[in-house]
Design a protein. Sequence first.
Length: 306
Amino acid sequence: MRIVFAGTPDFAVPSLRAAARHNEVVAVYTQPDRPAGRGRGLAASPVKREAVARGIPVMQPETLRGSQAQQDLRDLAPDLVVVVAYGLILPRRVLEIPTHGCWNVHASLLPRWRGAAPIQRAIQAGDAETGVCLMRMEAGLDTGPVLLEQATPIGPDETGGQLHDRLAEMGAQVLEDGLGLLRAGLLPVPWIQPEEGVTYAHKLDKAEARLDWSRPAIELARTVRAFNPWPVAEAMVAGERLRIHGAIAVDTGHAAAPGTLLAAGREGIDIACGDGALRLRVVQREGGRAITAADWLNARRDLAGA
């Protein structure tokens, strides 16, 4: 099959490898190079780097709404377009170009967590499980019929980064299964997503990373996990702004105001919350690296015996 692959971040790389394993990937679409790093030089996306390494032609249009961009895609004569975290909207005219339409690998069990940040929102909400779906795309946002899906439990200590990596590999496997069925003429009957149970995973915003101590500790612990490795939760602790890389909820009764430092020791730093306490285990000072709470306390002699 002639496949055009569209994707941008690390999450899409395993799927690109799966698409290229038994098919001809005639082109890779990815977002234009963006400024990155301290020098703000232009950097290629992970998908572009993978495509270049494989010798696959790379296309980087700013949009697919223009007639020339759409004609360029038609000229590739794709049997199928595979989209994985591309970051650009595919207009209806683009969806109609490939012989078998456009498929999308999405990191949730649809219709739950349609949208930009399904991995983090699932952890943040306390979901017991999540998964990946192989979906046939239509004009709506992640509304298309589902071809295949695979579920997985979310570990009690699993971070957004860890779950991201697991789902990236699962997504690649689901895509490979779907492509194998399509080549064999055995594609499963797609099932329409129900209207009930629809939720939206809005894009992550760095402003969300500031912890609100008036919230229950269990919610804050989930946020810390979800936002690791980005955007990383942060809070004021004993007069110092810290980024919080690791924390757990502690079921303890207290009458202290939210944000009060309750205890500090080798096990961590307990901060009063609206319900319970959040025990900080791994923190990062401004301009520093991530360290254990015990190491931070060694640098804060004023808190000795807290």
